[in-house]
Write a protein that binds this ligand. Structure first.
Ligand code: C2E
Ligand code: CA
Ligand code: CA
Length: 404
């Protein structure tokens, strides 16, 4: 049985990562892109209209009588996404192509006009460029998801700095020789510092980073937002925290991979500390073990410089990913924070307990401070104490809240 003709839109980006431009130069790459569309793509796209949207971008529309065999059409485009193109001297050059395809019959959007289909093709193209594959075909669910994410990204981008603010969660010392005299939790436990945790005030309600952090990271907005939040956290350290806990208390801040690529971060932190008369050891910076830091990268340089300045370097979420212990060997690490999921499994899982014991032994042998995250119950607390952790953090001692 023949399927009725479909309506299709294809958004095409040639050399989206500028690999060709970096290799062959701008003029040659634009020429290659034109040849590609004229000599290769044109044979695969049946009829329709192909409009140039920019030097390296095209948009093809089938009109209302699109290809009959949808699979064959998608497959043919996929087959010409990775190709070599020859110039007039017959020199073969590579060309990267990404395409986003939308079939009206797949997204089942009969009332939509063609501009909506173009938007969806662009969403699919975005997904392809972001690593989803050379050719991405829009699916009904993912389209709504991506459009909702786009709207949320716009909302996060428009949020004022004042709507992004830190809350502070206490970190308690488990050793008798605590750094401060404040003991809000009985049993001689002492708060030694706080972790600053970012919140977004959205429609009057604070929302946690799981909703928006990734969007701030993708747009690199985490760099200015992070600076503003660190500045405010240091104000709180210099003011109420020092008043409550004395001059040895610390503030721990989280840094995303994008913030670690910021070469000017070290100067910013050095000046921010000096402006407030704070010693550098009072600032802890937390780097998630998932933010893979390659030796020789800008991030590794930033970490070494921060250590040189005197800030404390913490590996965060230890045990949530892989390969974290390499950090201890390759980078100047002062603190290991064991991930909440791993801490949570300790009471029931013997192997997890053994892993944590090994981490604590390694840390104590190398003079590294250990912090257990996510301590919620008395049972977890006793285990953490018995394993010899130096510090602990979790709802048992206090939730993130305002200070001052
Ligand atoms: P994280 O650094 O691992 O922070 C600890 C998270 O665990 C926080 O979630 C905290 O509220 C939560 N938590 C603390 N104690 C407990 C407990 O006993 N039980 C449970 N179930 N949860 C507990 P939050 O605030 O939602 O932050 C999530 C993540 O967002 C953080 O994980 C951190 O990676 C990131 N983040 C937070 N603030 C910032 C920031 O200012 N900059 C950057 N770059 N990342 C941030
Ligand atoms: Ca953290
Ligand atoms: Ca953590």
């Amino acid at each position: 049985m023949r399927t009725p003709p479909d309506e299709v839109v294809v958004a095409i980006a040639v050399d989206p990562h500028h690999r060709g431009i970096a290799t062959y130069g701008w003029a040659v790459s634009v020429d290659m892109a034109e040849r590609y569309v004229r000599c290769i793509l044109a044979h695969v796209l049946p009829g329709g209209t192909c409009e140039r949207r920019g030097p390296m971008n095209w948009l093809w529309r089938s009109g209302s009588d699109g290809p009959e065999d949808m699979r064959a059409f998608d497959c043919a485009l996929h087959d010409v996404a990775g190709v070599r193109v020859s110039d007039p001297e017959c020199t073969a050059r590579f060309i990267d192509v990404r395409m986003g395809i939308v079939h009206r019959s797949v997204v089942q959007a009969t009332p939509w006009d063609v501009d909506d289909l173009v938007r969806v093709a662009d969403v699919a193209l975005h997904e392809a460029i972001a690593g989803g594959g050379a050719v991405v075909v829009a699916q009904p669910g993912t389209v709504e998801h991506f459009i909702a994410r786009g709207e949320m990204a716009a909302e996060v981008a428009a949020a004022a700095d004042a709507d992004m603010f830190p809350l502070f969660q206490p970190i308690v010392s488990l050793s008798g020789a605590s750094l401060s005299a404040a003991a809000p939790h009985g049993r001689g436990l002492h708060v030694t510092g706080y972790e600053a945790l970012l919140r977004w005030r959205r429609n009057g309600e604070p929302v946690g980073p799981d909703v928006f952090l990734n969007l701030l990271e993708l747009s690199e907005l985490i760099v200015p937002v992070g600076r503003s939040v660190i500045g405010r956290s240091l104000d709180v350290l210099a003011g109420p925290v020092t008043e409550m806990l004395g001059p040895a208390a610390f503030m721990s801040v989280n840094l995303s991979a994008a913030q670690l690529r910021d070469r000017w971060l070290v100067d910013f932190l050095r000046e921010s500390l000096a402006d407030r008369g704070l010693g550098p050891a009072r600032l802890w910076v937390e780097i998630s073990e998932n933010a893979v830091v390659a030796e020789g990268s800008v991030a590794a340089e930033v970490i070494c410089d921060l250590h040189e300045v005197g800030c404390k370097i913490c590996v965060d979420d230890l045990g949530a990913g892989v390969g974290a212990l390499g950090y201890v060997r390759d980078l100047p690490i002062d603190v290991l924070k064991v991930d909440r999921a791993l801490v949570g499994r300790m009471p029931t899982e013997r192997t997890d307990r053994a892993v944590v014991r090994a981490i604590c032994d390694l840390a104590s042998a190398s003079g590294v401070i250990t912090v257990a995250e996510g301590v919620e119950t008395e049972q977890m607390f006793s285990m953490v104490e018995e394993l010899g952790f130096d510090m602990a953090q979790g709802y048992l001692f206090g939730r993130p809240g305002e200070l001052g």
